[in-house]
Ligand binder design. Structure first.
Ligand SMILES: *Cc1c(COP(=O)(O)O)cnc(C)c1O
Length: 246
């Protein structure tokens, strides 16, 4: 894992520098879903602190097993309203917020002893019917509708693009990355310019993080390229989640 992490850091830095950005502007979020607590311990020993999980049924026992280790948990799966209490109680961040009902529940269920839940709003930046997320023109009304929820702090935006296909003629992947990256980056910049105190533009996964960094990502969510292939998806069946995983 040390070698994979070093290679990832080198590629992240190279993509940032190529885009005229500082490498430390890009956080590497370790996506530990599908990997056991031992893998998280190994990553903690390498200095990683924040871990992404997509299945509540897998994440909650894993977080309990790693209690006191310093690991902090970021939820990045689809938010089911019957799971909001577990999210509010066990996670420090929730990416992928896009429903007013889920937002109200997370706000009401966030325990008083914890800081506000940090959230990113998921935008379906390329109109993919297979994905959750708000259409870009629904973002402002949504933000307005949740601004009185004091136990939630909006930190930015996230997106999961459509699967990119290689160019038919050459078989090469498009260098510019999925169009969703530039759509989301423009939306993010516009909202920051309008005064939203955001710092998180979460986009890019193992297969496309360099293009995401070039487009402006501040957080790449890396599972496979750090932990290796996922051995399984415990909890996936029970939660009915996983349709968006690629
Ligand atoms: C699983 C997952 C990732 C990590 O995917 P890899 O391709 O393994 O890097 C990133 N983001 C989300 C939303 C995921 O569900």
């Amino acid at each position: 894992m040390r070698e994979r992490l070093e290679a990832l850091r080198a590629r992240t830095a190279a993509a940032a520098v190529a885009a005229g950005r500082r490498p430390d502007e890009v956080e590497l979020l370790a996506v530990s879903k599908g990997h056991p607590a031992a893998a998280v311990r190994e990553a903690l020993a390498l200095g990683l602190e924040r871990f992404g999980e997509s299945y509540v049924g897998e994440a909650v026992p894993k977080a309990a097993e790693l209690g006191g280790s310093g690991a902090r948990w970021v939820y990045l799966g689809p938010i089911q309203t019957n799971k909001t209490r577990l999210l509010a109680e066990n996670f420090s961040w929730v990416l992928g917020l896009c429903s007013h009902k889920a937002a109200r529940r997370l706000d009401a269920q966030r325990p008083d002893g914890l800081p506000p839940l940090q959230v990113c709003v998921q935008v379906n930046a390329d109109g993919d019917p297979a994905k959750a997320g708000l259409a870009p023109d629904r973002l402002d009304p949504f933000l307005e509708s949740i601004q009185d929820l004091k136990r939630l702090t909006v930190r930015g935006l996230m997106t999961i693009p459509r699967k990119t296909e290689p160019e038919p003629a050459t078989g090469a992947m498009p260098v510019t990355g999925p169009p969703a990256f530039t759509v989301l980056a423009d939306l993010f910049a516009k909202h920051v310019a309008a005064g939203h105190p955001w710092n998180t533009l979460s986009m890019g996964m193992s297969g496309d993080f360099e293009a995401a960094i070039v487009a402006g990502s501040t957080q790449v969510r890396i599972g496979t390229a750090l932990f290796g292939p996922r051995p399984g998806k415990p909890g996936a069946q029970a939660d009915g989640e996983g349709a968006h995983h690629g």
